[in-house]
Design a protein around this ligand. Structure first.
Ligand SMILES: Nc1ncnc2c1ncn2[C@@H]1O[C@H](COP(=O)(O)OP(=O)(O)OP(=O)(O)O)[C@@H](O)[C@H]1O
Length: 271
């Protein structure tokens, strides 16, 4: 089943009585997300151009590319926060599901400073405090439930944002450079956390990142965007957890960097 994003409520809540926490849901089947010839312009500037992309349910796809190439616009269009001018974006829940759900995480945690950490996780679901506490525990912050957001580090705030997203049991989790403001070590810890939660929960994930190593550490596929077009869709057939130092990882990193950094003239010639 496909649901046009125009009909999709990105803030949709689980039905009454729905299970909030599932330790190891089975992998879902089918196509989770399909973009067909998607185009988007801001004024005369074409920011997305003929974008074709299909994600299987449970897949983890990273989107990389130079600054300004259209990565965030693509994610925002998938979330329904921007409307595409051309083409079609369809979100499918997979066999047997009644409704799809999308959550998005940004570089800033966007927590409400006047609410406790636990209340922030439960935003939109104020009666789900027990489930929120359990979700907070899955991101390692059970002890900080009663603290204020201002008492947390940047990495901890992003954990809260992740818990807030996961409380809704999203089938599609969109990650817009969520680790971009973190120091290198915290970033790696967060990557490991995201990977373990993805493996346990089986949601489909789209990660926008500037960090090619982060993309290769997490994704099944890495998509390169150049001037609003997908110019490479690279499968990452490396065992998990990914060993960053090994030759196969380094070879893929070099391949991606060569594509991202090649001069604009080469991109035009290849189009
Ligand atoms: N609301 C908007 N109005 C006008 N132009 C916009 C708008 N949003 C984005 N743009 C332009 O669209 C282009 C792509 O922006 P986008 O944020 O998608 O790039 P990006 O690849 O995510 O960049 P970065 O990596 O720097 O975050 C940029 O030239 C940007 O200035």
């Amino acid at each position: 089943m496909f649901i046009s994003t125009s009909l999709f409520d990105a803030g949709a809540l689980p039905r009454e009585g729905a299970a909030w926490i599932t330790a190891q849901p089975p992998r879902r089947q089918g196509v989770a997300l399909q973009l067909e010839r998607v185009g988007k312009s801001f004024g005369t500037r074409k920011v997305l151009n003929d974008v074709q992309l299909a994600l299987q349910a449970g897949e983890f796809v990273a989107v990389v590319g130079r600054s300004g190439c259209g990565k965030s616009t693509l994610l925002r269009a998938i979330a329904g926060l921007e409307s595409a001018d051309e083409g079609r974006i369809a979100v499918g829940a997979g066999a047997g599901s009644l409704a799809a759900s999308i959550r998005i995480m940004f570089q800033e945690a966007r927590l409400l400073p006047w609410k406790s950490v636990l209340e922030n996780v439960a935003i939109g679901l104020p009666r789900a405090l027990n489930a929120a506490a359990a979700t907070l525990a899955t991101v390692g912050l059970a002890e900080r439930a009663d603290d204020w957001p201002s008492e947390l580090s940047g990495g901890q705030r992003q954990r809260v944002a992740l818990a807030r997203a996961l409380l809704h049991e999203p089938q599609l989790l969109l990650l817009d450079e969520p680790l971009g403001a973190l120091d290198a070590l915290t970033r790696i810890e967060m990557q490991q956390l995201i990977e373990s939660l993805w493996l346990a929960r089986g949601f489909t994930a789209v990660l926008v990142t500037h960090d090619v190593q982060e993309a290769l550490a997490l994704a099944d596929r890495v998509v390169v965007i150049e001037d609003g077009r997908i110019t490479l869709d690279l499968r990452v057939d490396l065992p998990r957890p990914r060993a960053r130092g090994n030759a196969a990882f380094a070879a893929l990193e070099q391949r991606l960097l060569a594509r991202i950094l090649r001069p604009a003239a080469a991109v035009a010639a290849a189009a």
